[in-house]
Design a protein around this ligand. Structure first.
Ligand code: FE
Ligand code: FE
Ligand code: ZN
Length: 277
């Protein structure tokens, strides 16, 4: 049984997300903890969360992979922008404790001309401020495509961030198939070689979740434009290899493909369950 789901809207609450997930054959899900463009997060209704947790338990949901707003930039040179990232992540991690023991994924950030070293230092600095000994959430660094001055497009940069984090048991990595291919890793030709490299540089024990996307651009393009499964440069075959890989089995896999409706995700989940089991 593979653990697969997609991004869902939290606008109508947690239980609604759980029901939407079930309706498309998913047993995990992702959601933006607040409007991706920033802004305030919605009040949490404990009753709604309770119903969701029951549903998730009864249907053997895998860990959820919440997503921080992608506009946060802990590596910014602007102190106000960094403070916003600090505030939003602190608050999000408090909210994550309503659904204990899950994942919170974020884009490490863009160093905007300060250099990767400075960016890495700022990102690790933020993590050392927000991670708490008693939190049950694991915070995931997402592997990036290397668009602009994004930090985290190489396994080495991710490793360097982790090296500087004090509470390493609270940290993990989310591998995005579109991003790593755009970043120059040949998962099309040599998935196992890429995983070996990940293991050498970061350690596979840090790999906690996957974003399953095809890419509109060829390997090494540094573009970050997701395509539907089978409609991009990775192709269905590569995605199936990822889903089936024994070293990745069991990890929550989240689709972030451009879909017009939930039905698009339902079809992709059906295909990947069929070919990937
Ligand atoms: Fe992301
Ligand atoms: Fe992603
Ligand atoms: Zn992306």
């Amino acid at each position: 049984m593979i653990n697969i789901g997609c991004h869902l809207s939290i606008a109508s609450g947690y239980e609604k997300m759980g029901k939407d997930a079930l309706s498309i054959g998913a047993n995990t899900l992702a959601f933006f903890t607040r409007n991706p463009r920033g802004g305030k997060a919605k009040e949490i209704d404990p009753n709604d969360v309770e119903k969701f947790l029951k549903l998730a338990r009864e249907n053997n949901f895998a860990k959820l992979v919440a997503h921080a707003p992608y506009t946060l930039n802990p590596a910014s040179k602007d102190e106000k922008t960094r403070n916003f990232a600090l505030m939003a992540m602190t608050e999000d991690l408090e909210r994550m404790e309503y659904t204990p023991g899950n994942y919170y994924n974020f884009h490490p950030g863009s160093h905007v001309g300060q250099g990767a070293e400075k960016g890495i230092e700022l990102i690790a600095g933020l993590l050392n401020q927000v991670l708490k000994e008693d939190q049950t959430t694991t915070v995931l660094l997402e592997t990036m495509a290397g668009k602009g001055s994004e930090v985290g497009a190489t396994f080495e940069e991710i490793r360097e961030i982790i090296d500087k984090v004090e509470l390493k048991e609270k940290i993990g990595v989310c591998l995005d198939t579109c991003h790593v291919s755009d970043g120059g890793y040949d998962i099309i030709g040599d998935l196992d070689g890429v995983l070996d490299h990940f293991d050498e540089v970061i350690g596979l024990k840090y790999l906690k979740a996957l974003h399953i996307n095809d890419s509109k651009n060829p390997m090494g393009s540094h573009k970050d434009r997701h395509a539907k499964i089978g409609e991009g440069f990775l192709g269905l075959e590569t995605i199936v290899e990822v889903v089936k890989n024994p070293r990745l089995k069991g990890l929550p896999m989240i689709l972030e493909t451009p879909q017009e409706s939930l039905d698009g995700y339902r079809k992709e989940i059906e295909t990947l369950r069929e070919k990937g089991e």
